[in-house]
Design a protein around this ligand. Sequence first.
Ligand code: ACO
Length: 442
Amino acid sequence: MSADDNKASNAASGKQATITLSGNRVVQMPVRSGSVGPDVIDIGRLYANTGCFTYDPGFVSTANCSSKITYIDGDEGILMYRGYPIEQIADHSNFLETCYLLLHGELPSKAQNSEFCTTISRHTMLHEQMTRFFTGYRRDAHPMAIMCGTVGALSAFYHDSTDINDPHQRMVAQHRLIAKMPTIAAMAYKYSIGQPFIYPRNDLDYVSNFLQMCFAVPCEPYQIDEVRARALDKIFILHADHEQNASTSTVRLAGSSGANPFACIAAGIACLWGPAHGGANEACLNMLKEIGTVDKVADYVKKTKDKSSGVKLMGFGHRVYKNYDPRAKVMQKTCHEVLNHLGVKEDPLLKVALELERIALQDDYFIEKKLYPNVDYYSGITLKALGFPEDMFTVLFAVARTVGWIAQWKEMVEDPEQKIGRPRQLYIGPSRREYVQLDKRA
Ligand code: ACO
């Protein structure tokens, strides 16, 4: 197959791709160009014109949609939200402004910013009946299990924002999800440690409010630590969106059938839970603990290169980044800032992490396969220093990613090209055979 720039033009880009099938049958397909990034071959008519499907497990070469939200160049290590480089947003913006940018496509004016912050703060409480859900879970339930169930249950409580064909209801659902996710996450945490729920405080900013819901107790005042709040805000910004990753694609696929936004986000949370995706930060910290000391790092790296061990270097590698994940650079800096602020001079896990990174980045196996630290490599150490237990790490990721999921969901619902997601398959099971009655079988 060749993408030939000189072929007759099509409305999309002026380029066409040619496929030559057996029997020298030639089929041409339009090529579309984005604003930046690789072209895509539009194979929408391929089956109708040739009777063939494409085969691409894991969507390695397949674009499932067009999107204006987030751009990644994995070879160069670039990530941009609505065109703004992640490093600039992490240094100068805050999480709620980032939410506005992702949802609306532009940075807010001062008035828009203040209105948006007020709107989000007005939706932070949960329907009181929902608080009783938590006591139905086992005390030792993983908080991601609680998140899947409770977020899905939002659709049972907020019927006035489940009509996906009503733009106002879509907007209210977005606000509710962004506002209520920290409340649900904090309640899941409080329930797991047997402490009373702490209600949201609308005089605090988004992240400070979340910290107080997690760490305040009713019997004494809670002081917000600015450095911790700023670090968590940065972590939220870094995790806010990442174009068509597994959980976002799950949200889009669930939403493509017309399911309500709360159900779709619950589907995204389920996908995020896996250790190959959002569960990697928890798995990475567990790995660092298992290694324990710097002298054991080299042996561990050896194990991760041996496929039969089934062990991977958690927090390393990425489907898209074949370079240093730009979020990992910001995360590493934030990790040092938090540890310095807390006076942790010699964090044993950080020492292991630095040595592990040093050895892996010099190792031919990791160099050849272009495996670099991803955002999860340093986020676990930072979140632990901020006081969160390991099983809350992926929950925090879900809180941050909710805006990306819901922005992508809205874009999909409003996309005139949107269709129900329905991949095809290469069937390799038995061909037709006749049913044999049970009494005629051995
Ligand atoms: N440690 C050791 N080897 C690895 C690792 C790793 N962390 N990651 C990939 N490889 C190897 C694979 O075994 C494979 O080897 P092969 O070519 O000899 O078969 C090769 O590198 C390519 O890896 P794939 O698994 O094919 O890459 P894919 O794009 O499918 O997977 C993934 C990417 C899932 C992130 C993978 O790198 C991984 O499992 N990493 C560890 C988990 C992790 O950190 N996940 C977080 C992702 S970021 C996020 O969700 C925020």
